[in-house]
Design a protein around this ligand. Sequence first.
Ligand code: AHR
Length: 501
Amino acid sequence: MNATLTLDRAYTIGRIDPRIYGSFIEHLGRAVYGGIYEPGHPRADSNGFRRDVIELVKALGVPVVRYPGGNFVSGFNWEDSIGPKSRRPCRLDLAWFTTETNEVGLHEFVEWCRQANTAPMYAVNLGTRGVESARDVVEYSNHRGGSYWSDLRIANGAKDPFGIKLWCLGNEMDGPWQIGHKTAVEYGRIANEAAKAMKWVDPSIEVVACGSSSSEMKTFGDWELTMLEECYDNIDYVSLHRYYSNPTGDTRSFLARSIDMDEFIKTVIAICDAVGGKKHSKKKVNLSFDEWNVWYHSNQQDKEIWKRDKWGRALPLLEDVYNFEDALLVGAILITFLRNVDRVKIACLAQLVNVIAPIMTRSGGGAWAQTIYWPLLQASKFGRGTALRAIVESPQYDCADQEGVPEFDAAAVCADDGSVTIFALNRSLSEHIHLSADLRDFAGLTQASHQILHHDDVKAVNTETNPDNVRPVSTQGGMISSGKLELDIPALSWNVIRLTA
Ligand code: AHR
């Protein structure tokens, strides 16, 4: 098969907000306890943070990490997570039927972020709590001192404010499973009032309102319209959440799911702009895709864990073991974000460690990168600068949920140093694609390097004992001559092609 790609310096989508390479740590399963935190582990530092995990997180280059939930946050009292550890209460977590010890809390997470070279994106509880606790936690975290909550932070050992810039107004409040689930009007009202109060305490913060927990919710669309009517003027972003699965093993349909993601994004943009138009507002509300991933491998195992050990601590929940095809879909979704950077400003791969995560650990043992770690690492490393409008011509196929799926998909980024990176996917199970790229006024770029992620078995996984089974390898970079690049893209592969002078 043949495909073409045309890039022109003048055709851009927009600057890439690095926060699209964000991630998520929830107090769920072994994300915190046994994940980022394991005192007594041979690689733990004096705070109990695992240094091997921090190294893997730092290499990923995640600029923001959403915390502490997730469904967890809708029953969480942030005040339980501050002050001397010995006095912090153990609470039942009704979101995940476990017991939360609060051993890791706000101060510890801020310190972990500092060490991991990232920044917290902090969610407030709009399920069982409300405006008052949302206001208080902003004052505690960001006010310089001289007030009740800020002085308590100082008394708890943090003289300088945490300076948390990004806040989520609750989590998935459209979902009946959520503690304190609300109607769109109820949620829009409380989100608006919380946002006002939080911004009165610290006008420099940005806030994310809950959109739908999935585009498959019956209320999707109506939820966004209704809640935005209530809170449009005081919020900065609307959240989107989406997880995909492949229970029938239909790889072709699975790899086409990024198109569904693109349609979801476009629909939410249209709704935001419709509400803005109706309000005669000059303001644009942007998108925070703050939960996305593949999630299904661990579903059955979780049911058994709850049967056995309901209310246990740090249960091994949502421990999906990702395979090669999952990494390909993650790559396809990253291409989708790069195509929508004019409106998608934040995205969080859910989650970061152990819980539906790119990084796995064994308690007392090693830490390793799952298959999905690699496309995120490469996009985060090379996908910074300006997203180019990549014009792709490719053969197409039809599958169960989608017609006209391009066999070859690509996005391109021009970095500030002038180099260009092409992220490309071949969805064909058996055929390589011969790519002809027209680089026009990028003719000064003469060197091409090419990294390929491929495995002959779509179900291949990485494990503690075989951590490099699925990982990118470098190959012959192809020829650039007179602004034209000719390259072979192997069947079923994720590719990172770097063009430099
Ligand atoms: O990421 C796991 C869960 O998925 C989150 O807690 C929730 O927000 C979503 O339903």
